[in-house]
Design a binder for this molecule. Sequence first.
Ligand SMILES: [Zn+2]
Length: 86
Amino acid sequence: MILILTIKCGKCKSKIIKYKKIGKGKVLRCWESKIKRIYDGEIKDNKLFCKNCGNKIGIIKEDDIRGNYVDMDRDQFTYSGKKIRK
Ligand SMILES: [Zn+2]
């Protein structure tokens, strides 16, 4: 299953990123290679922030095999999305 998610800031509701998620389950990590668009997200000091209100959404980490990802802070964002393929 492939989902296209719009991840929003949990505080000010600004759109942060568009993310292509494969499989069900919670959004815990956002892999750099699957971030399709950056809206009001800003990367500073290896963290992902909301440009609008400064909320910290997650921390950039590195996986030796799969590359960089954002370790998402699950209390600091919301998301909505649609299924594009089963
Ligand atoms: Zn915000």
